[in-house]
Design a protein around this ligand. Structure first.
Ligand SMILES: C[S@@+](CC[C@H](N)C(=O)[O-])C[C@H]1O[C@@H](n2cnc3c(N)ncnc32)[C@H](O)[C@@H]1O
Length: 423
């Protein structure tokens, strides 16, 4: 197969379709998308495109319904399904398309299951549903450990609260590292939009800081907001050759042979092979340099007094397709050891709901327990059908539990492991 999904659409819907295609690609699949793959409407080229994919998503709107090309593509897709039953055609009804507008196309799509753009809270969730309906599994394509993306709006807001909480945990470690060496060259792996590492390094003495992330859109935000003469952000995956080369080129420009500190926060849980990332990091760390890794471990979550709401939250995360390995924290020391790091120290293994003044920290609540994160969640987002029942319970209890928490009547401990080691 050359690509995973054939995209059929009207050019008038290009901007919304392009956004959904990007979301599909972030889930780890490739799309036969005319914008990228063919500049002309050549039937033979399109027919080959259909045959070389695993399924077709057709974007239906008042623009695409009159299109002969789109109708032809649906017909070719259905014919292909008759030859190969695992090939599916999925109509995706775009916003603002009335049911009665579908009449001209109904003879073609009436017998096929269809989904509605408006039923999804964002393009990422729609993309997951498209993959589910087409029975295409990104992990079979070897692309990702989890279907996580940081580029949806709610996740960006959540990351602000997470960075404030993780900051609290890491501050003493950073205080001592920045005191030891005031001229550090720092690498932050999986920096997302650069906000977390910029908060952690703000006001501290260092020589350079490089943030890398595989998500191009987040890196362009990071460059705009936090790029300056010391801070650089690059689209790069250190495990890929192209990413390693981009980092090597940066190091050459800076005249350095290794980083003094490498920071990897809440990234390993999303990787199919976290050891490979630590291996890549070890090559980039200077001899005597320090690696600082933070990651989640839900095994250390507890609270007092009892809360069915919190128990359901933990179950939801455990069965969500984009929350990664929720027990990554406990694996870090062993993984670092296997990769040959020395002086491995578990500095801390949890954060609590109480801030420096002993008050319930609103950021800890917003890091994980904000219902906005779950609004519009679909069964396709989970690998356990019971998740929708747990979600319903959480939605009903949310207000009451949030008040209990903010009034200081609910203590929460969250597993978050912070490990340092030397090269
Ligand atoms: C949960 S976010 C963590 C962001 C930030 N480090 C923090 O602590 O808030 C994970 C980030 O890792 C990035 N990421 C995941 N796999 C990656 C890889 N192989 N190479 C580079 N970045 C990766 C994702 O794109 C995402 O922005």
């Amino acid at each position: 197969m050359e690509k995973d999904i054939f995209i059929s659409f009207s050019n008038k819907d290009i901007s919304i379709v392009r956004e959904i295609v990007r979301a599909l690609e972030e889930c780890g699949v490739t799309c036969w998308f005319q914008e990228d793959d063919s500049k002309g409407d050549f039937a033979e080229h399109i027919s080959r495109g259909i045959k070389d994919t695993q399924g077709m998503a057709v974007f239906i709107s008042s623009n695409s319904i009159p299109s002969i090309m789109v109708k032809n593509e649906i017909v070719m897709g259905i014919q292909h399904h008759e030859l190969d039953a695992s090939y599916h055609v999925l109509p995706v009804i775009l916003s603002g398309t009335e049911e009665n507008e579908l009449f001209p196309i109904l003879p073609l799509i009436a017998a096929i299951n269809r989904i509605y753009y408006d039923n999804y809270k964002n393009s990422h969730n729609l993309a997951l549903s498209i993959l589910n309906q087409l029975d295409i599994n990104p992990s079979e394509n070897g692309a990702l450990g989890s279907t996580y993306t940081a580029s949806v709006e709610n996740e960006q807001k959540r990351l602000i609260s997470q960075s404030i909480i993780l900051d609290r945990q890491i501050r003493p470690v950073f205080d001592s590292l920045f005191r030891e060496n005031r001229e550090m060259n720092i690498l932050d792996v999986g920096c997302a939009n650069g906000m977390a590492i910029s908060r952690k390094t703000e006001g501290r003495p260092y020589r350079t800081m490089l943030g890398v992330d595989k998500n191009e859109r987040l890196i362009s935000d990071a460059c705009r907001k936090f790029g300056n003469d010391r801070n650089t952000f690059l689209t790069a995956d250190p495990m890929e050759q192209s990413g390693a080369e981009a980092i090597a080129e940066y190091m050459k420009r800076q005249g350095i042979t290794g980083f003094d500190m490498i920071h990897i926060s809440y990234v390993l849980l999303h990787l199919g092979d976290p050891r490979e990332m630590l291996h890549a990091a070890k090559q980039l760390l200077k001899e005597g340099g320090t690696i600082v890794v933070q990651d989640v471990d839900d095994g250390a979550n507890y609270h007092y007094p009892e809360s069915r709401y919190l128990e359901d939250c933990y179950r939801i995360w455990a069965h969500c397709n984009d929350t990664g390995d929720r027990n990554m924290g406990r694996k870090i020391p062993g993984l670092l050891d296997q990769e040959g790091f020395r002086n491995i120290q578990v500095v801390s293994s949890s954060v609590t709901s109480l801030d420096e003044n002993g008050h319930p920290d609103n950021n800890l609540w917003n890091m994980y327990f904000n219902t906005a994160l779950w609004m519009g969640s679909e069964p396709a987002d989970f690998n356990d059908a019971r998740a929708m029942t747990w979600l319903e319970n959480c939605r009903q209890k949310h207000q009451e539990e949030q008040s209990r928490y903010l009034e200081g009547n609910l203590f929460i401990n969250l597993g978050c492991v912070l490990v340092t080691a030397r090269n």
